[in-house]
Ligand binder design. Structure first.
Ligand code: BTN
Length: 245
C-alpha cells in the first residue's frame, strides 16, 4: 500500500532524486514514500526549481511499480496524483480546488501544490514511476512572480502537516486502485476537476498567444481545446501552455 514504507529525512537535495538514486541501488517496494522536512534543491516541472519552507510544507515522493502500464497511457499517473491531492484538500475543508492541466493543483486561481512525475520506461511499459508532490501547507506559498497560496492561508489557521499527509496517502491509495481498475471514473473526475474547462483563456500555442477554450484531456494526456480562430484539436505540452493571467 502507498505509504506502508516511509523513509523520513531531515534534509535532502530532492526527494525525487533520492528516490531515483535508491531505485538504481536497490529494489524499492511499490508504494514507498520518501519524505523530507527540508529540500535544498527541490525540482519542479520544466527544469524549474521548487521552493518550500523547511518544516512547514510537505515535500515527498512516492515510488510506484505499475503492473503492465503502457508508456502511451502514462498520463493516468498525472490524473491519479492530482486527483488524490485535490481530494485530500477538499476533505481538509478547502473549497474551489481544481487541477490545472497537466497536474498543478489550484485553489481558485492560486497554485497550492505541484507534482513532478518521472517515469522509467522499458519495453513500451512504465517500469517504475517516481511521483513527487510538493504541497504548500503552513508557509505562505510565496514564490516571486507566481500566483500561489497555502493550506494555512486558505483555511485561515495552521494545518496539521502529519494529519494532512495521512489523508493524502489514503487518497493516493484509493485513487491508485481506481486508476488500475476503473479508468473511466478517474477520467470523468479529472474532466470535472479541470481548471478553466469551457472558459475562453489566453493560451500560448507554438509560441503565439491565442484565445482557446479547454474542453477535456484525451487518452494520451493532450489537452483538447476549441480555438477562437475555429476548430477543436488536442495539443501536448510541447505545443500548448497556459498563457499569462
Ligand atoms: C511543479 O513544478 O509544479 C512540480 C513541483 C514538484 C515538487 C515536488 S516536492 C517533492 C518532490 N521532490 C522534488 O524535487 N520535486 C517534487
Amino acid at each position: 500500500m502507498i505509504g506502508s514504507v516511509r523513509i523520513e529525512l531531515a534534509t535532502v537535495d530532492s526527494t525525487n532524486k533520492h528516490a531515483a538514486d535508491l531505485l538504481r541501488l536497490t529494489e524499492v517496494q511499490h508504494g514507498t514514500v520518501i519524505l523530507a522536512h527540508e529540500q535544498t534543491q527541490g525540482r519542479g516541472q520544466r527544469d524549474r526549481s521548487w521552493h518550500s519552507e523547511p518544516g512547514l510544507d510537505l515535500t515527498f515522493s512516492v515510488v510506484l511499480r505499475p503492473a503492465g502500464l503502457a508508456a502511451g497511457h502514462q498520463f493516468v499517473l498525472a490524473q491519479f496524483a492530482a486527483l488524490a491531492v485535490r481530494d485530500a484538500l477538499l476533505r481538509s475543508g478547502l473549497q474551489d480546488v481544481q487541477v490545472k492541466w497537466p497536474n498543478d493543483v489550484l485553489v481558485g486561481p492560486r497554485k497550492v501544490a505541484g507534482i513532478l512525475i518521472q517515469n522509467e520506461l522499458q519495453g513500451g511499459l512504465v517500469r517504475h514511476a517516481v511521483v513527487g508532490i510538493g504541497l504548500n501547507v503552513n508557509s505562505s506559498g510565496a514564490v516571486e512572480g507566481a500566483l500561489a497560496t497555502s493550506v494555512r492561508l486558505e483555511l485561515g489557521r495552521p494545518a496539521d502537516r502529519e494529519a494532512l499527509l495521512c489523508l493524502l496517502l489514503d487518497r493516493l491509495e484509493l485513487r491508485w486502485r481506481q486508476a488500475q481498475g476503473h479508468r473511466p471514473g478517474l477520467e470523468a473526475d479529472y474532466r470535472e476537476a479541470l481548471w478553466g474547462r469551457g472558459r475562453w483563456l489566453t493560451m500560448e500555442l507554438d509560441g503565439a498567444l491565442v484565445e482557446a477554450r479547454p474542453l477535456e484531456v484525451d487518452g494520451d494526456g493532450r489537452l483538447l481545446v476549441e480555438l477562437a480562430g475555429g476548430g477543436v484539436a488536442p495539443f501536448g505540452l510541447d505545443r500548448l501552455r497556459f498563457g499569462p493571467r
